[in-house]
Ligand binder design. Structure first.
Ligand code: PRP
Length: 205
């Protein structure tokens, strides 16, 4: 079975959960991106690319629900996982607070153009989207955007940059992703994995 795990903040939670479910995977090193452990192969990828790997052939992956929503990949999601809990929020400088309905013509910086577009379309508000790849909080701080849509976990990064949460766009959690074909061709292995993870979650261990 082949796994694709996200580099970064979800990696430790992913390895810990799989280990409790009886699958001890050694993560590949910083530079080696693939590691073989017994019958398993582990790939390390950017969180945003995990759904793509799973859609196009890797059996199982873990990434955030924000990323899956943004990518819109055609994969199965048998389980929500008990880590990576945070939210995707609209935020802006504290001294210029506005309601999302009043943001016509605003420029919004984000790593999530698709989710952001859909959010504002739902309100009938037309915004300009500025796609960035990280450190999104910089954009309104230095005046190249009016607001941001970004991940908020503790709220520390917003506070440190003088930004205030205006509204939540979506709740976020880590998800288990399964390739559609693998669900059929590796039915038993995958079901066993899902069952073991469910037990770990249920026992809360
Ligand atoms: C994420 C997110 C925020 C921060 C939120 O960034 O984009 O910047 O974490 O966490 P907090 O509410 O606990 O402060 P990440 O560290 O993943 O890096 P990035 O800036 O490259 O997106």
């Amino acid at each position: 079975m082949r796994f694709v795990l996200p580099k970064g903040r979800l990696l430790q939670g992913s390895l810990g959960l799989l280990q409790k479910a009886g699958i001890s995977l050694r993560p590949p090193g910083e530079r080696r991106l693939i590691e073989r452990v017994g019958n398993y192969e582990v790939l390390l990828a950017r969180a945003f690319d995990v759904p793509v790997y799973v859609e196009y052939g890797i059996d199982v992956g873990i990434t955030g629900s924000d990323v899956l929503e943004e990518r819109g990949s055609d994969v199965l999601v048998p389980l929500e996982l008990p880590f990576g809990k945070c939210r995707l929020s609209l935020a802006m400088p504290g001294e210029r607070i506005a309601e999302p309905e009043e943001m016509d013509g605003y420029r919004i910086a984000t790593k999530y153009p698709r989710i952001t577009r859909r959010f504002f379309e739902g309100l009938g508000v037309e915004v300009e989207i500025l796609k960035l790849h990280g450190s999104i909080e910089l954009a309104p701080k230095i005046g190249i955007a009016d607001a941001i849509v970004d991940i908020v976990e503790t709220g520390e990064t917003l506070r440190a940059n003088g930004l205030v949460e205006v509204t939540k766009v979506m709740d976020v959690s880590a998800l288990l992703l399964v390739n559609r074909i693998a669900q059929k061709t590796k039915f038993e292995e995958i079901n066993e994995l899902v069952f073991s993870i469910k037990e770990v979650i249920r026992d809360g261990t």
